[in-house]
Design a protein around this ligand. Structure first.
Ligand code: HEM
Length: 326
């Protein structure tokens, strides 16, 4: 291993082989038939992007009222496996086909975790969890259809998707780590995060998670069920929306206090600042979209933006939390 110390794997770009030929996807340190860390990182990122994208395509199914566009499962109807004869069926069908792409991405992640050099248990566990999660989602998707879009099954479907995105975020973090043993490889020394900073990070993650779960209750009680005949949660829409938005405001306030808190510590400030600012920016923007859609009578287009931003908020808070745990 060139220029490294024990346990450190270089994240060099694909490089030129011994005879000057380009050895795509392999670093000089990686034996043939094995994957470089860099290639594995790319596969992990692709899985994350697809897992994010399918949440958006899934929400489009709901927001266009196409939830029962295919009334059967796994085939679209009792007579046709694939049916694109109506707009609703086509939208639901595209979403189902997209599941195939997501499945291929997470299977590639598992294979990559086996062939990556050096092999690490954490990568194998995390990528296997992605495959298990996608399988669980296929079953949950069937339950959503067979229960006639019951809001509880819809909420579970969304939250499991978010758990999958979280797993992919951990996978990307692990795959991008410049060390194998969990020790910083570059010789860089970081001061351990203070206890108070860790507690704050836990609090913000918890509040953000709560806001997201409450958001799914708002959706479950709101007008966008995915089909006009689907049952709705029996909550007062205005009250549950207020609880949802109040949690968001508490979360943003806690984040501002956190900002001042870490501002007093140069090491934490330099390490967490960028992630904190990204989270604050996305969360505040999401809050704005939330109020806008509420006062505009929840138009489907804005709800779609709100769903997309909800995932971005969660990814950014999770990355902040991971950085604060180091
Ligand atoms: C960080 C800020 C926020 C996050 C992370 C967030 C997250 C969410 C999530 C995850 C959902 C459910 C999506 C689904 O099940 O498909 C939701 C729905 C909703 N949120 Fe938020 N939200 C935020 C801020 C707000 C604010 C400030 C309001 C203002 C009133 C708001 C109003 C709503 C409404 C009305 C819905 C229901 C939309 C529908 O009918 O489907 N949100 N939110």
């Amino acid at each position: 291993m060139s220029g490294n110390f024990r346990g450190y794997v270089s994240l060099k770009p694909p490089i030129v082989g011994s005879e000057g030929r380009l050895v795509s996807g392999y670093s000089a340190d990686v034996p043939p038939r094995q994957l470089s860390q860099q290639s594995f990182l790319a596969i992990s990122r692709i899985s994350l992007v697809f897992l994010y994208a399918i949440i958006i395509t899934g929400s489009l199914v709901r927001l266009t009222g196409s939830g029962l566009g295919c009334a059967d499962w796994p085939q679209c109807s009792t007579t046709k496996f694939v049916d694109v004869s109506t707009g609703h069926a086509a939208i639901e069908q595209i979403n189902r086909l997209f599941t195939g792409i997501v499945s291929a991405a997470v299977i590639a992640a598992v294979l990559g975790s086996i062939f990556v050099s050096p092999r690490r248990k954490s990568l194998i566990w995390l990528s296997s969890a992605l495959v298990a999660g996608v399988l669980a989602q296929v079953i949950l998707g069937a339950i959503v259809v067979f229960t006639g879009l019951n809001p509880w099954s819809n909420m579970a479907h969304f939250l499991v998707s978010l758990a999958l995105v979280s797993t992919a975020v951990f996978l990307v973090e692990q795959a991008g780590a410049t060390n194998v043993d969990g020790v910083l490889a570059v010789g860089e020394k970081i001061e351990p995060t203070r206890q108070i900073t860790r507690r704050f990070a836990d609090l913000i993650l918890g509040l953000c998670g709560l806001a997201i779960v409450l958001g799914t209750f708002v959706t479950g009680a709101g007008p966008h069920a995915g089909d006009e005949n689907a049952i709705r949660l029996n909550f007062d829409l205005r009250s549950i929306t207020r609880i949802h938005s109040a949690t968001v405001l508490i979360c943003i306030t806690a984040t501002l206090i956190f900002l001042f808190q870490i501002g007093r510590n140069a090491s934490e400030w330099s390490r967490l600042r960028a992630k904190l600012e990204i989270f604050l920016f996305v969360a505040v923007a999401q809050g704005g979209v939330g109020y806008l859609q509420y006062f505009a009578g929840v138009p489907a287009q804005l709800v779609a933006v709100h769903v997309a931003f909800a995932v971005a908020v969660w990814i950014s808070v999770l990355r902040l939390w991971i950085a604060a745990r180091k």
